[in-house]
Design a protein around this ligand. Sequence first.
Ligand code: BGP
Length: 485
Amino acid sequence: MEYKLPKDFLWGGAIAACQAEGAYDERGRGLSVSDVAIFSTAIDRKNLEAHRSMTTEKITAAMNYNGTDIYPKRHGIDFFNRYKEDIALCAEMGFKVFRFSIAWSRVFPTGEEAAASEDSLEFYDNVINEIVKQGMQPLVTISHFEMPLALVNKYNGWADRRLIDYYIRFAETLFVRYGQKVKYWITFNEINAGRFSTFKSTGVVEDKSENFQQDCYQAVHHQFIAAALATKICHTHNPDNQVGCMIARFTTYPATSHPDDVMKMHIDEQLDNYFYTDVMIKGKYPRYMTRYFQKENINLVFADNDLEILKNNTADFLAFSYYMSMVTAAHQGGLEETESNLKRSIKNPFLESSEWGWQIDPVGLRYSLNTFYDRYEIPLFIVENGLGAEDILTEDNKVHDTYRIDYLSRHIEQMLEAVKDGVEILGYTTWSSIDIVSSGTSEMSKRYGFIYVDLDDFGKGSLNRYKKDSYDWYKNVIATNAAEL
Ligand code: BGP
């Protein structure tokens, strides 16, 4: 017997509210962390540091700033008004699933309202109905780098335990309203991002914290509890629904075969990846974290029944994003580094990099799928994979993105190898489906979609949508269930 890709494999693409919707101040939406986490812009493209250390001063400056360089981040690609056209274009490609997120700051503008905004719920009714009408499954990320800014100002974000209640109120509102139409849910986008990009992931502000490290991990602990409770509540409303956890997969290799480097790789994998999935899938804190917390002088505060909650409400599937692999060494001195998603890496001499320094590694995807499945034996869902590039729109409105086709086909090829290895995979949604604003750089010119959006880094452009060469290519991949790549 041979393992094969199932006929009902969920092919599709993804977006996030804070990078696509725009309309940041329309119809009662509250300000959100994503509106002010905008410091690495086209002007300062490589400055990821800004996201790691958001201070109240920087946030206030951003709130009062109306400069053109932050235009794309707040205005997105106007998905808020153009969702019908965008969803139709994705359906035409044959998507089986459409991944998107719901803006918390739209549904509960300050997070603390007694009732959800009916107007906003209707907007998402329309989005979901459109997806279903066009023959696709919605895959909803409940929280994708977006939360009401008011909760940051009042509570220092997820550092405060009360955030669990606010999140649960938000999540339950969604389960009640959409639970009959949405089968697949993700509780938090890249829950492991909090360690590298604390503000956009947890809303914790560095200068509001007495012990920033402690608050980072306490915030993540609160998110673990919130995710577990949300999983429980979702199942109560509809036992058939599936709730996944999600991390950014930081696949890490040792710089050499020196045992110290291999050990360092093992520890990095534990701290950056497995800590999160172990808690959310095995339902308990792994023992290796005890040593780490002691070393870092971190003392997490647990409520009486926290361990019980984690144990009884584990994730139904493991979703992850995969863009590249990384390299680590016990002694980093003198080794050349490169940028990557959320953290830096040592350069791998065997791999090519994207224009942003992300090291392209299709085999690493097969390796990641295998290592995850060996460890957990639950279904996996690749919910982000793609290439950020500076596409060029020709005079006849075409984009010849052969580099994107090359990137995606090589990754899908390795995903198929993993299927043959016996790994159970529910689906594959590319990042992104249509061009949206980059999360890391706030730029429009870092594009990932099959559909080009005519908008530049300074908010100029017609917002017209144009199919890239990769559009027809992916349509055929889906039609042939990847028999033709
Ligand atoms: C992931 C995020 C996405 C997305 C992607 C690409 O970390 O979940 O929101 O943006 O990375 O990153 P970037 O936009 O920084 O290129």
